[in-house]
Design a protein around this ligand. Structure first.
Ligand code: NDP
Length: 423
């Protein structure tokens, strides 16, 4: 990859202060790794539980969210005390105050994609590093793109602050898998298929496995894939095929969707000719989704109901099961990975790399189902690599732009072991 840059060593705040340098001119960092986690949902729960078990890296943790009780419930069940706060992450001055009071070295944003830009603004204003797991989405248009966050690159770089984007599983680990494949297995990657399978049952006729509003916006969008330098659009969920999954999961129907990592991978992986994203859905899920769409319940524009403006999808979210509460009853496995075709030493090569994650095993470890787990653990690993300096560099970065090796090593150590195969 052409644009892998060298990591910059962290500058401890104490050293900076002793040398008389202004903290705001370099990232205002403290080498101890105080971390502010924003968002006390399913993913936030996993992030905080995992961080709390690594006190040598994350010495102090603050969990802040719109509903403080949710933070307190998580905090009450941890191995060590953490701070909790109420915050509206759409309010930049309030975020700045919280950051100035807690003095984190890093803000982990696991609220909703709507908050990304405001939290980045607050991080810039206070010179504190930033990490998220999903790219910015304007609330009133179901459209996610990196352009808004990439536009912060120069400002972050000039301020000596780092933003790591999309550090969940997909996006996140799938970007790192691709970078790893390119570094260790290919001279050029030509075809990339990212495949996400949730082979699980949770007892509900219809439930999403992460935030229902974000999930349904994503699934009902047009399919889109990258081919020969351009983008091809398909009607929502219209392209599908059976796929044979490993580890006893067997054959499942996979559906072509648009997913945000395609945009950054198409930009950062040289030689890529085609990149697609696929996801499995049960017939039951698709049947419910079709009916909900047909009757207008997935609309994101406000409708007038008895003089009150209601967004149907937000109302639907209130009725659906809370994904963060599905851990106990969700049984089965996820399989998420990259199936790749490319060239090595002049010969065509096919290769895959994937993780299998068991829902009940996750529940036993962190009281969560595997979707929140597979998102939260990579966020913690990304945070570790920023805090210890291995991945730290000023600017706004996607995961595939950084050295995949330390991240791949930590996946095996922190609960998401991976398997690779030459096909
Ligand atoms: P949840 O809905 O469970 O949690 C989101 C939390 O953010 C809620 O506790 C909510 O508070 C809080 N929140 C929302 N708005 C604000 C605000 N304005 N200020 C402060 N807090 C706010 O979502 P998940 O945990 O399932 O998902 C979290 C993030 O992870 C999402 O961005 C999602 O897209 C992303 N994700 C990424 C994946 C990946 O692999 N990359 C996979 C799955 C999810 P309250 O409850 O009070 O409303």
């Amino acid at each position: 990859m052409g644009n892998v840059s060298k990591a910059q060593p962290r500058v401890p705040l104490s050293v900076m202060r002793a040398s008389g340098r202004s903290p705001s001119s370099v990232a205002e960092l403290d080498a101890t790794g105080r971390v502010l986690v924003v968002g006390a949902g399913g993913v936030g729960n996993v992030v905080v539980r995992k961080c709390s078990r690594s006190p040598e890296i994350f010495t102090d943790i603050c969990l802040a969210s719109r509903t403080k009780e949710k933070c307190d419930r998580i905090a009450a069940d941890l191995v060590r005390p953490i701070q909790t706060e109420q915050i509206d992450a759409d309010n930049v001055p309030a975020l700045v105050n919280l950051i100035c009071a807690f003095k984190p070295s890093l803000v982990v944003n696991v609220a909703l994609p709507y908050q990304d830009l405001r939290i980045m603004d607050a991080c810039l204003a206070t010179s504190v590093d930033y990490l998220d797991t999903a790219n910015y989405e304007p609330p009133n248009v179901a459209k996610f793109e990196y352009k808004w966050q990439w536009a912060y690159h120069k400002r972050f770089k000039d301020a000596g602050v780092m933003a790591l984007l999309g550090c969940g599983f997909d996006p996140g680990v799938t970007n790192v898998f691709t970078a790893w494949a390119l570094k260790h297995h290919f001279d050029e990657i030509h075809e990339l298929d990212i495949i996400d399978c949730n082979a699980a049952y949770n007892g509900h006729p219809f439930a999403t496995n992460f935030n229902p509003e974000i999930n349904i916006r994503e699934v009902t969008a047009k399919g889109r894939f990258y081919e020969n330098g351009g983008w091809v659009e398909t009607p929502p969920l219209s392209v599908h095929q059976p796929f044979e999954f490993p580890s006893g999961i067997g054959s499942r129907e996979i559906y072509l969707m648009y997913h945000e990592e395609l945009e950054s991978l198409a930009r950062h992986i040289p030689g890529l000719k085609r990149a697609r994203f696929w996801m499995t859905f049960s017939d039951n899920y698709l049947k419910h989704l079709e009916v909900l769409r047909n009757v207008g319940m997935t609309r994101i524009d406000p409708v007038n109901y008895n003089g009150t403006k209601i967004v149907p999808l937000q109302f639907l979210k209130m009725l659906l099961p809370d994904p963060s509460q599905l851990g106990r009853q969700t049984k089965g496995k996820t399989c998420i990975g990259c199936w790749i075709k490319g060239v090595k030493d002049g010969k065509t090569k096919r290769y895959c790399v994937y993780n299998i994650c068991d829902h009940q095993k996750c529940y036993r470890e962190v009281k969560s189902q595997a979707i929140s787990y597979t998102t939260g653990v990579p966020a913690v690993i990304g945070a570790m690599l920023m805090v210890d300096g291995a991945w730290r560099r000023p600017g706004v970065w996607n995961m595939e732009q950084l050295d995949p090796d330390p991240f791949m090593e930590k996946l095996n150590l922190y609960g998401l072991p991976w398997t690779e195969k030459i096909l």
